[in-house]
Design a binder for this molecule. Structure first.
Ligand SMILES: Cc1cc2nc3c(=O)[nH]c(=O)nc-3n(C[C@H](O)[C@H](O)[C@H](O)COP(=O)(O)O)c2cc1C
Ligand SMILES: Nc1ncnc2c1ncn2[C@@H]1O[C@H](COP(=O)(O)OP(=O)(O)OP(=O)(O)O)[C@@H](O)[C@H]1O
Length: 317
């Protein structure tokens, strides 16, 4: 079944089948989120109901502290795609307006039931908070739900290496170049999706042609060099390469980071193609070199390290 998307609870028109609703921001759709999502999907499949997600846009921090909102791992389109791939039947991206934020915890379930009369069960993590000022918690939720004939399925916090998995932890890993940990927490390889644009063609001149990708993530990962794998429209293959994400201080003065990928083999992609770049291993931080020759020599080393990673799973020389 194709996933149906709604921009607001008030617009959700769903068949009269029991609704199993997972609720949260789900930025990154990480392994902890998957526990909540999978519980909803399994119950829906067992009971002949529908599984859906109630998520929000923008992030609540945009209202609470507009000067420093939380930078997001996923834009709403990517998040919806990940949730659809997980098996969700519907996704409601509720606008997080001042009016919505003002709903008191005690009024939250009545509000949900008014918009989703077939609501049967709610799926959240045990630490989930809701309502104005995050006034409601799992205890109030269970109590209110029982009184209203709703089930609550709460997932225990999933940990990695003894620490809870969270979007916050993943953001810190990505920003600090701890890509292996970020990927382990996500349960998939962090990726960028964008359109191939034309570069300055200096890459070709120095022997390392690159695909320049238009990509402007909310959360900017650590500027640096990564072993990557590219997929795109022209062929079913996965193309290994080495990427730089950053400001390219050796060759330009810019404040807007760019993502560029040098593929090891022939490149089947051209300007205008939409490609996905999976980030597999952090190699080094971006640096300012004193000459293009020094940069070129270093890129040759980066390429060798990335090739070694694809052959042996390690980047050690
Ligand atoms: C593997 C790799 C590593 C790179 N590392 C750096 C770096 O540390 N510092 C930097 O200023 N530019 C770095 N670059 C960016 C180069 O400056 C850039 O690829 C080159 O100028 C070509 O740009 P163009 O494709 O827009 O012509 C790197 C590029 C690649 C492919
Ligand atoms: N590690 C986890 N284990 C189980 N459930 C989780 C875990 N992390 C989040 N959840 C649940 O998934 C839903 C979406 O969570 P939310 O996006 O608020 O999580 P988060 O990853 O903790 O984000 P942040 O770090 O930005 O606060 C919520 O119901 C939440 O309780």
């Amino acid at each position: 079944m194709a996933t149906t998307q709604f921009q607001d609870l008030a617009e959700a028109r769903l068949p009269a089948r029991p609704l199993h609703l997972a609720i949260g921001m789900f930025d990154g759709v990480h392994l902890g989120h998957r526990a909540v999502i999978d519980a909803a999907i399994q119950s829906a499949r067992r009971s002949g109901g529908l599984a859906g997600v109630l998520t929000f846009w923008p992030h609540p921090s945009v209202l609470v502290r507009p000067d420093s909102p939380v930078p997001l791992v996923n834009d709403p389109g990517i998040k919806a795609r990940l949730l659809a791939e997980a098996g969700m039947d519907f996704i409601i991206t509720q606008r997080f307006t001042p009016g919505f934020a003002a709903i008191e915890a005690a009024d939250f379930l009545p509000f949900l039931q008014k918009n989703l009369p077939a609501l049967s069960a709610i799926y959240v993590g045990e630490n989930w908070r809701y309502g104005h000022g995050r006034g409601g918690d799992i205890h109030s939720l269970v109590e209110d739900a029982r009184a209203r004939g709703l089930a609550v399925v709460s997932s225990q916090r999933i940990n990695l290496n003894g620490e809870p998995i969270s979007s916050t932890r993943i953001r810190a890993c990505l920003a600090e170049g701890r890509l292996d940990e970020a990927n382990a927490l996500l349960g998939y390889s962090y990726f960028a999706e964008g359109i191939v644009a034309s570069g300055k063609a200096l890459g070709r001149a120095i022997g390392f042609p690159t695909l320049n990708i238009s990509w402007d993530p909310g959360l900017r990962p650590c500027f640096g060099v990564y072993a990557v794998q590219v997929t795109g429209p022209k062929s079913a293959g996965r193309y290994p390469g080495v990427a730089n994400y950053g400001l390219r201080p050796t060759v330009e003065q810019s404040t807007e980071p760019k993502l560029e990928v040098h593929l090891f083999g022939p490149c089947p992609f051209a300007g205008g193609d939409k490609i996905q770049v999976d980030w597999l291993r952090f190699i080094r931080p971006e640096m300012k070199f004193s000459s293009v020759e020094e940069l070129t020599a270093r890129i040759a080393e980066d390429r060798a390290q990335a090739e070694a990673f694809f052959k042996t799973g390690t980047t050690a020389k």
